[in-house]
Write a protein that binds this ligand. Structure first.
Ligand SMILES: Nc1nc2c(c(=O)[nH]1)N[C@H]1C(S)=C(S)[C@@H](COP(=O)(O)O)O[C@H]1N2
Ligand SMILES: [Mo]
Length: 419
């Protein structure tokens, strides 16, 4: 049944000969695959943050059933979060040109008049509104978080989390509605060899009735979009590595200030100065580690910690912003040894507090499986030297496969209990 759509086109405004159902279908299939990966890695990132360890980590207390899938984030392999979050952020940036091209390709449809011809048409258009709005919202909040981080103080998580569910709901409805059409268009494309639109078949409302002469071929347009995506990829993927590769990430910042060289010469997110850590409170004379568990509270000096068995582990730092470091050699006291010191022989969760008095990320909760891992340390050294002030001197948490935000720096207090 041919829909009578031509009269609804504001004809003079949409004249690009590039637009057509197959052009849209190809971009749609790329986004279908890409956005599914973004959604899954995004949900994984949320789970990795231990949001069900209340109340410290949970930035979305109203999540309700949307948290149905939460699970204990594993500690193996130690590069797990480096991979999932690197893919999430790098892929998200790489898909921006494809998303923009896709939106451009269906632009006439967004302006269809009358707004709704029937109830089902009204519903379809409402889902389209959530889809387009949701996509722009997710990509914008994601990019702002990567680039500027604290534009939304403490509220990036709920925005991006709830936004993801709204968007993905609309995305699923859209895929269900459009897959048959997209498949037909792609099949037709193969039969007729190439991207030429054939009038009459599925021309739909995308083909301009009165097109301008082409200034670029369809193939050229795909090349342009692909090239832009490739550019996004090669200028951001380097953030997942150290050394010269990191220098290739020119379009995206590398976390905090440039890392410099030496044992502490890897990415710093927040400096000690930024966090308001005063040298006087981290000196050997002043600093104490307060550890609490079922058998009571102990106060440890740095010398007390150095007298405990020290262990080493090669572990990366991987930030929610998508950047990560290679493995660094950390050395310090096992978290499970500190738990045992206060009577927690069985692994429990732990609540970690830093010296920092203001700002995000100064407290975090780790799960029992993270405490139990022999590579989970309260680190005193990195790469053979004492921690630098910016990496958390006198002591910081380092846990395999955990998001960087759980690796609290300038630790002052550990409280072991079931959270
Ligand atoms: N006290 C405190 N610890 C913190 C943070 C912070 O702001 N304050 N930032 C966290 C984040 S978001 C990351 S990614 C890592 C970065 O560690 P690095 O600066 O040593 O690379 O530290 C984590 N630990
Ligand atoms: Mo981070």
């Amino acid at each position: 049944m041919a829909r009578s759509v031509l009269p609804t086109l504001p004809a003079p405004r949409w004249r690009s000969p590039l637009r057509g159902p197959r052009f849209t279908a190809v971009l749609g299939v790329v986004l279908l695959a890409g956005i599914t990966v973004l959604f899954v890695t995004g949900l994984l990132s949320y789970a990795a943050y231990n949001p069900d360890l209340s109340p410290v980590n949970d930035k979305t207390p109203g999540k309700g059933i949307l948290g149905f899938y939460l699970f204990s984030w594993p500690t193996d392999p130690s590069w797990l979060y480096r991979l999932t979050q690197g893919v999430h952020v790098t892929l998200g940036l790489t898909l921006i040109p494809v998303l923009l091209a896709k939106l451009w390709s269906v632009l006439p449809r967004l302006f269809t008049m009358p707004p709704a011809r029937s109830l089902s048409h009204a519903l379809e258009r409402l889902s389209l509104l959530l889809l387009v709005g949701g996509a722009l919202f997710q990509f914008t909040t994601g990019v702002l978080n990567v680039q500027l981080d604290y534009v939304f103080p403490g509220s990036f998580y709920p925005l991006h989390f709830y936004g993801a569910w709204v968007f993905f709901g609309a995305f699923l409805a859209h895929v269900a509605l459009k897959t048959p059409v997209a498949l037909r268009n792609l099949r037709g494309m193969r039969q007729h060899g190439g991207m030429r639109e054939h009038e009459g078949e599925e021309a739909g409302d995308l083909v301009a009735p009165d097109p301008d002469p082409p200034t670029i071929s369809r193939r050229g347009a795909f090349g342009l979009v692909g090239g832009a995506s490739l550019l996004m990829f090669v200028t951001s993927a380097g953030r997942s590595f150290d050394g010269p590769l990191r220098q290739t990430a020119v379009l995206t910042p590398h976390g905090g200030p440039e890392p410099g060289t030496g044992p502490g010469g890897f990415q710093v997110n927040k400096t000690a100065a930024y966090a308001g850590i005063r040298p006087a409170e981290t000196s050997a004379e002043a600093w104490r580690l307060v550890v609490t568990g079922r058998s009571g509270t102990v106060r440890l000096t740095r010398a007390d910690l150095l007298a405990m068995p020290l262990h080493s582990a090669a572990l990366p730092i991987a930030c929610v912003e998508g950047w990560s470091t290679s493995d660094q050699w950390w050395r310090g006291v096992r978290l499970r040894d500190l738990a045992a010191l206060v009577g927690e022989e069985e692994p429990t969760d732990v609540f970690v507090e830093s010296l920092q008095r203001r700002g995000a990320f100064r407290k975090a909760a780790l799960r029992a499986n993270q405490v139990a891992d022999p590579r989970s340390l309260l680190a005193l050294f990195v790469n053979g030297e004492e921690l630098t002030p910016d990496h958390g001197h006198p002591a910081r948490i380092i846990v395999p496969a955990a998001p960087g935000v759980l690796n609290t720096k300038w630790v002052a207090r550990l409280t072991f209990s079931d959270l």
